[in-house]
Ligand binder design. Structure first.
Ligand SMILES: [Zn+2]
Length: 235
C-alpha cells in the first residue's frame, strides 16, 4: 500500500476511452485486457461527487501496477464540473441507455434535501444519444466485465437484481442492506442495459454521511475490489 504522505496524487496512467459532450477526457485506470472481472465506475450523476472521492482514495492507496480491476472515477465529468446531476446537455445519463424500456418522458428527481421528486431532466433525444453513454458502451464492450459496480449516492443500499455472492459480500462489508431494486422504475438506466447484456450489475448507493466516515468504511472495501483481494473472501 502507498504510504500516507504519497497518497496525494494518482500514480496510475490514465487511458482515455472517449470524450464528454464538452470535450473533457473520459479516463479509465487499470488493465484493459478482456475479460475483466469487475469494472468500477462512479459519478454517472454529476452531483454525486462523493462517489468519485471515495473511489479515488482507494486508487491512490494502490501501488502502480497493482490494479487488477479497472476504475472510472467520473463517467460524467461535465456534470461534475457544473455540479449538476445531468450532463452538459441536461440529460440524466442514467436514463439514456439503449434498453427495451427506454422512455422519452421527462425524469424527475429530488433535489438535495428535498422530499418530492420535482426536478425534471431529459432522458436524451434518443436512446444512447449522449457522448458519455456511447463512450461507456464502447468501453464496456471492449473490457467485457463480468460485473460492473456503479457508485451512486445517497440511498444507502447495495442493489443487485441477482443477489450475487459478490453483492452480498459488499453489503456485509459496508453494513448496508442488499436490495433487488431501488423501489421505483428506472427505464433506460445503466443497470437495465447491463442486465440486457448479461453483465452482473451492482449499484452501490453510498449513505448520506460525512466524507471522512465514508472513506473510513467504504474505501477499504473498494481497495480490495480494485486489487482483487476480495476473491478469497467471497463465497
Ligand atoms: Zn445517482
Amino acid at each position: 500500500m502507498i504510504p500516507r504522505p504519497e497518497r496525494g496524487v494518482l500514480r496510475h496512467p490514465a487511458w482515455q476511452y472517449g470524450k464528454s459532450e464538452q470535450n473533457n477526457a473520459l479516463n479509465l485506470y487499470g488493465p484493459r485486457i478482456a475479460p475483466v472481472d469487475i469494472l468500477l465506475i462512479a459519478a454517472m450523476h454529476g452531483d454525486e461527487n462523493e462517489t468519485t472521492v471515495v473511489l479515488s482514495e482507494a486508487l491512490r492507496r494502490i501501488l502502480p501496477g497493482n490494479i487488477k480491476n479497472p476504475v472510472i472515477l467520473s463517467t460524467n465529468p461535465d456534470g461534475a464540473l457544473q455540479g449538476t446531476r445531468s450532463n452538459a446537455r441536461g440529460v440524466d445519463l442514467n436514463r439514456n441507455w439503449p434498453t427495451a424500456n427506454w422512455s422519452n418522458n421527462t425524469v424527475y428527481h429530488k433535489d438535495h434535501g428535498g422530499t418530492v421528486q420535482d426536478i425534471g431532466l431529459s432522458t436524451g433525444e434518443s436512446p444512447g444519444s449522449e457522448a458519455e453513454t456511447q463512450a461507456l458502451i464502447d468501453c464496456v464492450k471492449r473490457l467485457q466485465p463480468r460485473t460492473v459496480i456503479s457508485l451512486h449516492a445517497p440511498l444507502a443500499c447495495v442493489e443487485d437484481p441477482q443477489t450475487t455472492p459478490l453483492a452480498q459480500w459488499v453489503a456485509s462489508q459496508v453494513k448496508l442492506p442488499l436490495v433487488p431494486d431501488v423501489g421505483y422504475p428506472t427505464p433506460g438506466s445503466f443497470g437495465s442495459w447491463a442486465v440486457e447484456q448479461n453483465i452482473n450489475i451492482i449499484t452501490w448507493e453510498l449513505p448520506s454521511e460525512s466524507l471522512a466516515d465514508m472513506i473510513a468504511s467504504h474505501t477499504p472495501v473498494l481497495f480490495k475490489l480494485i486489487t482483487g483481494d476480495y476473491e478469497s473472501e467471497v463465497i
